[in-house]
Design a protein around this ligand. Structure first.
Ligand SMILES: [Zn+2]
Length: 241
């Protein structure tokens, strides 16, 4: 049985396949992450006219025969995001967000909350000042964890449950799911009281302001947690490719 999927989508990754084809991985609103063969993609650039670029909002038509790979029949850009393409910082942030989605989201499973968060991130990056890109990425990282059911526990120790007083810095074991008190052995990384409160708010989807440095710390924390859940090594060059 052949199923036709029409969906809003973002290109997550594309890799050359054979002489002229490409295997494209999309994150679709309707069916989550899907990989598809794009026949002749490298022979004719006209056919999908730039629609195989990440960043831009697409609509895709895929033919799904229930095999590992769908077949891409059509792809159109419906929401160009020239602002991201024009900024190296925004491009890098978008690339990192797509890597996280690729690792964290299972195939063929709709993830409406993660879809919304990613769309919001890309719209924000499209309009953002370069200095704000890291803040947007940090907030997205924490929200993506929440969207996928991996929200970090930032208020109480994940081992003994003891509450951490407001404003106090804490040890955070992101791979272990949140903060760990001193009696339970602490953790390698610490997070200041103020940043802990900001991270909590960001996880709930509230707007927060973050300096470049603090945003960097939260990105590291979020990436540690994702790596633990999705089984990738955040420091490995292969996951950065
Ligand atoms: Zn404890």
């Amino acid at each position: 049985m052949i199923r036709r999927i029409d969906s809003a989508a973002l290109l997550v990754r594309s890799v050359p396949y054979g002489e002229a084809d490409v295997i494209a991985t999309f994150f679709t609103r309707e069916s989550g992450k899907l990989s598809a063969i794009v026949r002749g993609a490298r022979r004719s650039t006209k056919r999908f006219a730039g629609a195989l670029e990440p960043i831009h909002g697409l609509t895709v038509t895929l033919e799904d025969k229930g095999k590992e790979l769908c077949v891409l029949k059509e792809a159109r850009i419906v929401r160009p995001r020239a602002g991201i393409a024009a900024s190296l910082e925004a491009m890098e942030a978008a690339g990192q967000a797509l890597r996280w989605v690729r690792h964290l989201c299972p195939a063929r499973t709709p993830e409406p909350a993660a879809w919304r968060s990613l769309e919001e991130l890309f719209d924000a990056l499209d309009a953002a000042d370069a200095r704000e890109t890291r803040r947007h990425l940090a907030i997205f990282g924490l929200r993506l964890l929440t969207d996928m059911g991996y929200a970090l526990e930032l208020d109480r120790c994940v081992r003994c449950g003891r509450a951490c007083p407001e404003g106090r810095s804490a040890f955070v074991d992101a791979a272990g799911g949140g903060i760990v008190c001193t009696s339970c052995g602490g953790a390698r990384r610490t997070i200041g009281g103020e940043l802990r409160a900001l991270a909590s708010r960001a996880q709930r989807g509230e707007p927060v302001s973050l300096s470049w440095e603090l945003a960097g710390t939260l990105i590291d924390v979020a990436e540690d947690a994702m790596a633990a859940h999705a089984g990738f090594d955040p420091g490995s060059p292969s996951t950065r490719a």
